[in-house]
Design a protein around this ligand. Sequence first.
Ligand code: ATP
Ligand code: MG
Length: 644
Amino acid sequence: MNIIEIKGISKFFGVGENRTQILKEIDLEIKKGDFIAIIGQSGSGKSTLMNIIGCLDTATSGSYQIDNQEVSHLNRDQLSDLRQKKFGFIFQRYNLLSTLSAVENVALPAIYAGADQKTRLERAALLLEKLGLGDKLDNKPSQLSGGQQQRVSIARALMNGGDIILADEPTGALDSKSGETVMEILRQLHAEGHTIILVTHDKNVAQFANRIIEIKDGRIIQDQRKSDLIAEKSPSPTVNKNAFSFYKDQFMESFRMSVKAIIAHKMRSLLTMLGIIIGITSVVSVVALGTGSQQKILANINSMGTNTMDVYNGTGFGDRNAEKMQNLNIADTQMLAKQSYIESVTPNSGVSGTLTYSNATFTAQVRGVGEQYFNVKGLSLLQGSFFDATQVKSNENVAVIDENTLKQVFGEKNPLGQILMLNKKPLKVIGVATARNNMGNISSSLNIYIPYTTAMNKISGNQKIDSITVKIKDDVNSTVAEKDLTNLLTIRHGKKDFFVMNTDSIKQTIQATTNTMKLLISSIALISLVVGGIGVMNIMLVSVTERTKEIGVRMAIGARQSNILQQFLIEAVLICLIGGLTGIFLSLMLGVLFNWLATDFTMIFSTFSIVAAVLCSTLIGVIFGYMPARNASQLNPINALARE
Ligand SMILES: Nc1ncnc2c1ncn2[C@@H]1O[C@H](COP(=O)(O)OP(=O)(O)OP(=O)(O)O)[C@@H](O)[C@H]1O
Ligand SMILES: [Mg+2]
């Protein structure tokens, strides 16, 4: 039975004027179980024919059938499958993968065939033992002699069955003793039913074969059969395939190879990752800083009292004339108090002057306010009482002091009923409130509150109001309230000579501003990520070039294009992912350090930004790794193998 039938095969190399015909109309039939030696001068086309037989290359014209199946029109993946099922290659220079041990090298073809790991390693060990290498299973190729390496490569050729064994100068690099051992093994394999096709220069080596074919200038000039010994039995069975482990093992193999490649070039990988690390660290840190400061500011604003608005003289903050203006007045306050959406209103009238208590002078903020001030600002009472509407109306000389004043001025003494002097006017202390400044923050300054009527009529003598603070009812939209209040006051004053500070709208502005800042800085950091990605692409291209031979070997033993693509893509993604995770780790460390050193606000990391960073680095790996990986997978196996 013919296992191989070749009819009128020609092969051309080169284009245009350089186009030369290397194989000329070759006809060849090879029986199953035959042992053939192809001999001929250097350059006669032996290897070219061998590569076509082994489906590593395709003929320019002619018909080629294996087991009666036409193969000259198969696509690359179908050729890969065919190589993996039918052929075992033995190369002159062994072509073992230097990073894998002997047993892993032998087991490699079975990964692409889809055998599970246990089966693979057991069979590989068995084959190596059979070839006398039972004690060298874990040796790397560099730890083996040439003859031993060639035996490992024979074992690899047998891994998936190796119905047809193609050996191009298998003894070419060996001393005569090792060469004899290899030939003895090939003869043994022939006896077991393998079809063997051998290319050699050496007449002695050719003598092992049953049939010697001589090629000259691309033609068969002699075809001599010495013996008819054909082993018609089938060689050992091929591995059986398990669909799940097929994909899992191929993925794991690609993953392992990627890790090995990254570890093999530690420094290079680290430098490549650097761009990604810097990019991710800065994006994650900036977002955390932004979130932290934003929350701090918002917390400050919230402590100013929710649903409150302050109305000031002037056109806005920084209006220098505001100090002298008296646009706001008590009538405004009374008018606002009548609005249905307003819960409470208080004027604010600052008073300056000398404060004394028992002949000691001290400095404090004295503010003339309405009775609703304490409610509006959310101050709570610690001792005594706040003043009420009647006391305000009757200009009573009463004062509410805060905790700080209590501590500094009265110490342990009971302050209630004590008399403070402000500009030589007496004020009776009736209550103690929590210590908060005008913005609502806990503060260390001394604050004293007196009825605004007392402040205006008895102490400062003018009707000046610095601001009006309004508390809006809970169910009212603050923007609507602000608009209405502004309209009312504008109509009353005839023009807009005041401005409103609405905590809600400030909050929104701050949120919007910090978000814009975060976006801005993040997009700058994003550029660093893109630069990092280009670095990754560059290194991957180098890696593909360096490992072209390896890619060729993998393709020869049955790797599909997708396997090669996957391997390099995983490597790129892995570099980016490790870079990304390092970046996240660094920014977390940075956060710990920052939060430990800074008291003002903390860096706040969100799960979202971390997940986004991981996704982002993976994406960069895929985007920038795809091109090099595709280049690798599209290499022609012959050209790849020829690369040194
Ligand atoms: N990819 C290629 N492009 C162009 N020419 C090629 C290519 N591969 C081989 N050739 C040419 O084809 C001819 C036959 O090459 P081949 O490798 O088949 O020779 P060979 O018989 O195996 O020789 P040797 O015994 O030295 O290995 C040579 O002249 C070579 O220059
Ligand atoms: Mg050759």
